[in-house]
Design a protein around this ligand. Sequence first.
Ligand code: AMP
Length: 143
Amino acid sequence: MTVAAILNEKGREVITERGGALLLQVCQTLGTNKIGAMVIVDAKGHIEGIISERDIVKAIGREGPDALNQPVSQIMTKSVVTCTEEETVNQVMQKMSSGRFRHVPVVKDKKLNGLISIGDVVKHRIAQVEMEAEHMRTYIAMT
Ligand code: AMP
C-alpha cells in the first residue's frame, strides 16, 4: 500500500504554523486539535521544521515555563525527513523506525501535501493483518 492510499482516506490537510509563532500558541493548537506534532512552513508553504510534544517537553524541562514565550523556530527540528505519495507504507515505517520519530510530512512539488503519523501506519498494519487472516481462513475452509 502507498502513502497516497492513506491520504486518499484521511485527507491531505495539515495543521501548520509559522516559525515566528510562540511555543505557547503551538501548545494551544496541538491541544485543540488533539495532535502530537505540527509542521512549520514559510509563506510559500515550504517546510522549515517540525515541532512535536517531545520537543516541547524537552524545552520546558531545560528552560522552565519561559520556553513557552520563545518562537517555535528556536525549538523545532530543522532537518525534516519527508516522504512522497508514491512511497510505500513500509518505507515510511522504516523512516520512522530508523529516525525514532512518529510523524512524516508528505511533500509534492516541494510543498507540504499531507502528514503520516504512526497512528495511520498502525491502523494500516492492523487492517492488512486482518485481511491476510481472512484470506487464510477462506483458503483453509475451501481445502
Ligand atoms: P515524534 O516522535 O514525532 O514526537 O518526534 C520525536 C523527535 O523527532 C522530535 O524532536 C521531533 O521534532 C523530531 N521529528 C518528528 N518528526 C520528524 C521528521 N519527520 N523528521 C525529522 N525529525 C522529526
